[in-house]
Ligand binder design. Structure first.
Ligand SMILES: [Ca+2]
Ligand SMILES: [Ca+2]
Ligand SMILES: [Ca+2]
Length: 448
C-alpha cells in the first residue's frame, strides 16, 4: 500500500504537522485557546514556546521554543531563511477562538506581530485587582509591536488599577537603540464589538473602584475601550463597548490617554463614564514632545462625568493639550461638572492646541467646545452642522477616508465599508514620523 506523503504547503522541507509556520510567512499559526495562551512565553514571536518549555528554560536566548519550519523563504544562495516574527490566528474549524477561562494579560512588552487575519477572539474576560496596572488582552504592545486585523467580541475587563483597555493597557512609543529607530507600537484594524450589536446592555470595560491617581508624568489613569494609554498609533479601529471608569481619570471610548500618539480613521460607539477628562473617543489628547493627532474619527456614545470639581467632558475628547483634533465629529450627549462640550471639554491655551473642521449636530444643546483657552483663531474651527447629509464640499474632509452617504445618514469611514484587501480602498495612511505625521491616500507617501 502506498503511503501518501504528508503535505508541506510552503515546501520548506518541514511537513505541515511539524511546521509551526505552514504558509512560510514568518507568522506562527495559532489555532486554539491553548496555543493563544502560549504566546506569552515568547513575546518576540521567534518560536512557539509552551509553558513546560518556558518553565524549564525561561531565557529566550537559550531557547526560543519550537522554530521548526519558521519562515521558509529562500535567500539568493539557496539557503532557507528561518525566522519567525510573530503569530497569526487560524482558528480550528472556523473564524473564532472562544475563551473558556478568565484571561491573564500577555507580556510586559509584546514586541512581535499579531495578525488576527480578520478572525475573532470571543469571551475575553479579565478580572484585575488593585495591584494590577496594564490590563488588556496584552499588557503592553511594545516598541515595534503590531496588532492587526483582529476582532474581539464580548469583552469584559474589570480592574481597579491604572491603564486598562480591551486590547492593551498601553502602547509604547518609538525609540532608538544602537542607532536603529524602532517605531512605536501599532494597532490597525482591531474591532472590539458585541456579539449582538442590538443589545442594550453593552459589554465593555468596567473599572469598579477607585484609582489611586497621582498627577505627574507616567502616572495616568487611562481607561479606554481599546487601549488605556497610547504612545503609539491606532488606525482603522473601532469599539462598541461601554467604558466605565468610576473614579477614573483619562477615560475614553477608544483610548484613555493619547500621548504623543496618533489616532486615525477610527470610531467609538459605546457610552463612556468617568471622573475627569472623559471623552467619547479619547479622554486626554496630549501633545507631549512629538504632538498628538486625532483625525478622521468620530464617536456616538453619551459621555458623562461624576463629581470632580473640573471634569472636562467631550463627546469626542475630554481635554486637548498641545495636540490636534481634525476632521471629526461626535453625536452623543455630554454631561458633567465643568467644561462640557459636544466635541471637546477643555482646549488648553498651550501652543498648538488645535481643533479644526470638526462638528456636532445643530440639535445638540451643548457648546461645541466647553471651554476654549486658545485665543489664536486659526487654531480653532468648529461649528454645529446638520450632521446627516454632510458633504465633501461642506467639510473639506477627504473623500478617500469618508463615505458621506445621503441626507439620512451620518458620515462613515470608508475603511469599514470597502474591501480591506484592496490597497486602493484602504483609505488614508500616515507618512512621516514624530511631529511630522501627515495623512495621505494609501501608497502616496512622498518620502520614507
Ligand atoms: Ca512546511
Ligand atoms: Ca504563518
Ligand atoms: Ca514553514
Amino acid at each position: 500500500m502506498d503511503v501518501i506523503p504528508e503535505e508541506d504547503r510552503d515546501k520548506d522541507g518541514i511537513i505541515d504537522s511539524m511546521d509551526v509556520d505552514d504558509d512560510g510567512d514568518g507568522l506562527i499559526e495559532i489555532r486554539n485557546q491553548e496555543m493563544l495562551n502560549d504566546i506569552r512565553y515568547n513575546p518576540l514571536g521567534t518560536g512557539y514556546k509552551t509553558k513546560a518549555q518556558f518553565d524549564s528554560e525561561p531565557d529566550l536566548n537559550e531557547d526560543p521554543g519550537d522554530q521548526s519550519g519558521c519562515g521558509g523563504d529562500v535567500d539568493d544562495e539557496g539557503n532557507k531563511i528561518i525566522i519567525c516574527t510573530g503569530y497569526e490566528l487560524v482558528p480550528d474549524g472556523g473564524d473564532t477562538i472562544t475563551l473558556t477561562r478568565n484571561w491573564t494579560p500577555i507580556a510586559d512588552d509584546f514586541l512581535a506581530t499579531f495578525d488576527g487575519n480578520g478572525n475573532t477572539i470571543a469571551n475575553l474576560t479579565i478580572i484585575g485587582s488593585s495591584e494590577d496596572s496594564h490590563l488588556g488582552f496584552f499588557r503592553i504592545i511594545g516598541r515595534g509591536g503590531v496588532v492587526q486585523n483582529l476582532r474581539i467580541s464580548e469583552a469584559i475587563i474589570t480592574g481597579t488599577g491604572k491603564r486598562v483597555g480591551s486590547l492593551a493597557g498601553e502602547i509604547r512609543p518609538a525609540g532608538r537603540a544602537n542607532d536603529i529607530l524602532t517605531p512605536a507600537g501599532y494597532v490597525d484594524r482591531v474591532w472590539i464589538l458585541n456579539a449582538d450589536s442590538s443589545s442594550t446592555s453593552l459589554t465593555g470595560i468596567r473599572v469598579t473602584s477607585s484609582v489611586d491617581y497621582t498627577s505627574g508624568s507616567g502616572d495616568i489613569g487611562g481607561f479606554g475601550g481599546l487601549i488605556g494609554l497610547s504612545f503609539g498609533r491606532v488606525t482603522n479601529s473601532y469599539t462598541n463597548v461601554q467604558v466605565v471608569g468610576s473614579a477614573g481619570e483619562e477615560v475614553g471610548g477608544l483610548v484613555g490617554s493619547n500621548f504623543s500618539a496618533i489616532i486615525l480613521n477610527s470610531y467609538a460607539r459605546g457610552d463612556v463614564i468617568g471622573n475627569d477628562n472623559v471623552g467619547g473617543l479619547v479622554g486626554s489628547n496630549l501633545g507631549g514632545d512629538n504632538g498628538s493627532t486625532i483625525m478622521n474619527s468620530y464617536a456616538t456614545g453619551d459621555v458623562s462625568a461624576n463629581t470632580e470639581a473640573q471634569s472636562n467632558v467631550g463627546g469626542l475628547v475630554g481635554q486637548n493639550y498641545g495636540a490636534i483634533i481634525a476632521n471629526s465629529y461626535a453625536t452623543g450627549t455630554v454631561s458633567g461638572n465643568t467644561n462640557i462640550g459636544g466635541i471637546l471639554g477643555l482646549n488648553h491655551a498651550y501652543e498648538d492646541s488645535i481643533v479644526t473642521d470638526s462638528y456636532i449636530d445643530t440639535s445638540n444643546t451643548a457648546n461645541v467646545i466647553g471651554e476654549n483657552r486658545n485665543t489664536k483663531t486659526a487654531d480653532v474651527d468648529v461649528s454645529k452642522e446638520v450632521l446627516k447629509g454632510l458633504t465633501q464640499s461642506g467639510t473639506g474632509w477627504p473623500n478617500h477616508s469618508w463615505d458621506f452617504g445621503d441626507a439620512t445618514q451620518f458620515p462613515t469611514l470608508r475603511s469599514y465599508t470597502k474591501n480591506a484587501d484592496d490597497e486602493q480602498e484602504k483609505g488614508e495612511i500616515l507618512c512621516g514620523q514624530g511631529s511630522d505625521w501627515v495623512s495621505s491616500p494609501a501608497g502616496q507617501c512622498s518620502s520614507p
